[in-house]
Design a protein around this ligand. Structure first.
Ligand SMILES: Nc1ncnc2c1ncn2[C@@H]1O[C@H](COP(=O)(O)OP(=O)(O)O)[C@@H](O)[C@H]1O
Ligand SMILES: [Mg+2]
Length: 380
């Protein structure tokens, strides 16, 4: 069911011993929320807390325990989620080096909660997507996939475990029959994983190209290409044609047989979904090598807007949009386009050091929070 205006919203949030916050309560959030203040005041920490309550990861760190306030043993973030006649109390506790979640007082895994209230995060780090390493783009596709389907998360987790197991076996110089057994499973799981990723790319393509056209106003076409780990020799011949699962299994089996000596020599798995590639293609050329800085920014912006569109269309609940400090990275034209794409039903959180990026209208409509928070610990 596509999102509707009666979708779930983040109505309030409370942070305790999270990053630089001892205790802060924001009991009344709106549709557009602006956090304005100088550096090091805790703007990013608010976005991070919201991300942890919605997509269950932090763009800042893979080690969530780092978010516990220095000198404290535990951290708690509590969200009030409202909509569709429901009020949901969601809590995250980081204690004893571990993170756990409670939904209406009952323990839940992050995997079980995923999709409840998804989010799209856009930070200056994302600007590296167009120019940076392939792993960033694979991760970006995976981040969309895990929020779209529980099947995606499961297959990603299974695959990650298998590759780890295979790498260990290769390090241990395990006999061929043992590696064959791992490869038998790997072929199936890897192909499933690739199919899931291709589906995400497929869903992204149209919106990605359309946003790019609108932003650039030019004639260049942008597209996504998915390249298989065994197809590296084909670099330069970009295509978005994809194989189905049976074909993938067949091709990967052959690649694994061919690559066994290389995997033995390097003591690591080289064929499989972890070594696939996602490329941004600009007029049939790889953006990594050929895009100008301006084109790269437009590509990333178009990708993020497409991500928002896809999660809106495909998910059960309309995603939140979290923008950390990106306004200053975009020129006026891109900023205006971006703001125009945010519809009134998308709950949005924006941090910035400069109020002047927003029009009078936007400021009047928004819930504006000035940092540092002063006086009473409740702000709303
Ligand atoms: N675990 C932590 N405990 C206490 N303070 C922290 C922790 N992690 C980061 N900080 C501090 O929190 C402050 C706010 O950081 P941040 O949210 O990035 O601010 P902003 O986005 O406004 O620049 C920084 O001064 C940083 O050093
Ligand atoms: Mg910041």
């Amino acid at each position: 069911m596509p999102g509707s205006s009666d979708d779930l919203k983040l109505a309030g949030i409370e942070l305790a011993n999270f990053r630089n916050y001892e205790q802060v309560t924001l009991p009344a959030l709106g549709m557009l929320n602006l956090f304005i203040g100088p550096n090091a005041m805790g703007k990013t920490s608010i976005i991070e807390a919201i991300q942890l309550m919605t997509s269950y990861k932090s763009f800042r760190t893979a080690k969530v325990v780092e978010a516990v306030r220095w000198g404290c043993s535990a951290s708690c973030v509590r969200a009030r989620i409202e909509g569709a006649g429901r009020i949901i109390d969601e809590q995250m506790v980081i204690d004893g080096g571990k993170r756990s979640y409670l939904l209406n007082g009952k323990t839940r895994t992050a995997a079980a909660l995923r999709g409840l209230l998804p989010s799209v995060v856009f930070t200056p780090d994302n600007l590296a997507l167009a120019k940076g390493a392939n792993t960033l783009r694979l991760q970006a596709v995976d981040d969309i996939g895990v929020q779209l389907s529980k099947g995606f998360s499961q297959v990603k987790a299974d695959y990650t475990r298998l590759v780890k197991q295979k790498n260990q076996a290769l390090k241990d110089e395990a006999p061929d029959h043992l590696i064959d057994t791992i490869d038998d499973v790997l072929v199936k799981v890897s192909s499933q994983y690739t199919v899931h990723r291709q589906l995400v790319c497929q869903k992204m393509r149209t919106a990605f190209a359309e946003h790019y056209r609108n932003i650039s106003g030019g004639s260049e076409e942008v597209d996504l290409a998915y390249l298989y780990s065994w197809d590296k020799d084909k670099q330069g011949i970009w295509t978005s044609e994809t194989c189905d699962k049976e074909e993938l299994k067949e091709q990967l089996s052959q690649a694994l047989a061919r690559k066994r000596p290389e995997e033995r020599a390097r003591r690591k798995a080289v064929a499989g979904a972890h070594a696939d590639r996602v490329s941004f293609i600009l007029d049939r050329h790889d953006a990594v090598a050929f895009a100008s800085q301006g084109q790269q920014r437009s590509v990333v912006l178009a990708f993020k807007l497409a991500e928002l569109d896809v999660l809106k269309q495909e998910g059960d609940t309309r995603p939140l949009l979290l923008l950390d400090d990106v306004m200053s990275e975009l020129d006026e034209h891109r900023r205006e386009y971006f703001m125009a794409c945010i519809d009134r039903n998308t709950q949005t959180f924006i941090t910035t050091a400069h109020e002047h990026y927003f029009s009078r209208d936007e400021l009047n409509q928004a819930c504006v929070f000035h940092l540092p928070f002063e006086g009473p610990i409740v702000h709303g």
